[in-house]
Design a protein around this ligand. Structure first.
Ligand SMILES: [Zn+2]
Length: 399
């Protein structure tokens, strides 16, 4: 068929494409905008408050936090304090459940999922799809005194750093849109953090002795309805992408891609790692790229359900998942996994900080923040922070 001539049937075809095109424009989808080189170079790295002994952000998480114990309550309180003081525009929620465990002697153990989210101003709750960053904050009962630094204290801290690093850029972006008279309802992008409870088994991993918090939240959010006529029917369908971070903080991680439908997002992280490394903004030394499947196309990615983790109850309900976990065939999980050595001292702090920068970059690209991020963000650079102020900030979150 020539392009110069078109009969009626062909015209109908054109209208159909036009209609489908318009329809696609109206459906809120994932937008994603690459950050410029200048923006990437200026992304803040964590500094003193990631110190494993005294750091106001990180050190309070590095303690045993078995559900139902004082350490667990203290860490939950630390998250709430952080969001209330550093990110006051965020909404905070707690989702509670109880369950017996194989070691609770018939008693109910409380589980509390921590939820924080931020939507564009003036938008109705059910009309916003949220990039959702997830880690579990409970720690394993055994071995005694287990810290769980990579599992998953460090992933929680990485997410906290990423959120504070983009927060004022969200203010600026949404204010600029309002100033231009743009309808923020068209901006369907919000952002959400889930710190899930009860991921670890108390005795031995089974379908009932594990994922206590994730199972409860997925079930709750599937049945809780958003207001009538909402774009998204349930809080579960409001999750545009569920990014689960687990077992991160050891040197030279191997991150596989597990799901064809989110492989594009995995590849975006791989591209960011490469760009940040070439700009010298990642400090860890790594001979191989972290994202080992970046060159695969989505058809080569196997939907692999082999790793049991907090994403499973969400995956089973159709949520799009990106699972960032350090695991590779023949190597397995990091060597400290579920041993007494998974403590603060065994972390590779350059890697922990690099992950924090990488997740900042990914969230910023997802939220399309290029041009709104700058050096004067809420994260102070090491050189800007004098010692007395560092001490004051540390004291502020002492628990
Ligand atoms: Zn674990």
């Amino acid at each position: 068929m020539s392009t110069a001539y078109c009969d009626l049937r062909c015209l109908r075809g054109h209208f159909l494409y036009l209609y489908l095109g318009l329809l696609l424009l109206l459906i809120p989808g994932e937008a994603y905008e690459k950050l410029s080189e200048d923006t990437l170079k200026a992304l803040p790295r964590p500094s003193q408050d990631f110190d494993i002994h005294t750091g106001a952000l990180f050190s309070p998480i590095l303690q045993p936090r078995v559900p139902g114990t004082p350490g667990h309550t203290a860490v939950l309180e630390h998250f709430a304090t952080f969001f209330r003081t550093t990110l006051p525009e965020w909404q905070i929620d707690f989702q509670n459940s109880t369950s017996k465990t194989p070691v609770s002697h018939g008693k109910d153990v409380p589980f509390v999922n921590f939820i924080a989210y931020r939507d564009p101003p003036g938008t109705a709750k059910g009309d916003v799809g949220r990039l959702t960053l997830v880690a579990h904050y409970d720690s394993k009962l055994e071995p005694e005194g287990f810290i769980g630094a990579i599992d998953s204290a460090a992933p929680c801290a990485m997410i906290m750093h990423a959120m504070r690093s983009i927060d004022s850029a969200l203010d600026k972006k949404w204010a600029a849109m309002e100033a231009e008279g743009m309808d923020l309802l068209d901006e369907h992008h919000g952002i959400q953090v889930l710190f899930l409870d009860g991921e670890e088994a108390f005795k031995e991993w089974t379908s009932t002795d594990s994922l206590y918090g994730a199972r409860s939240l997925a079930e709750h959010w599937e049945t809780q309805m958003n207001p009538a006529m909402s774009t998204f029917k349930t809080p579960l369908s409001s999750i545009s992408l569920f990014v689960l971070l687990d077992l991160l903080g050891a040197k030279s991680p191997n991150i596989q891609s597990y799901y064809p439908t989110t492989h594009w997002a995995y590849q975006s992280l791989g591209a960011l790692e490469k760009r940040l490394r070439s700009l010298g903004h990642l400090k860890s030394t790594s001979t191989d790229p972290w994202f080992i499947d970046t060159s695969k196309d989505s058809h080569q990615v196997m939907a692999f359900g082999g790793i049991q983790d907090d994403h499973l109850p969400f995956l089973a309900r159709g949520v799009e998942i990106l699972h960032l976990i350090d695991f590779a065939p023949f190597k397995g999980f990091p060597s400290v996994w579920h041993t007494a050595d998974d403590d603060a001292e065994h972390l590779d702090m350059d890697t922990v900080k690099d992950w924090s920068v990488l997740m900042t970059a990914f969230a910023a690209e997802w939220m399309e923040l290029d041009g709104f991020l700058d050096h004067g963000d809420k994260v102070r650079r090491e050189e800007d922070l004098d010692e007395s102020e560092a001490i004051r900030l540390n004291k502020k979150t002492e628990l």
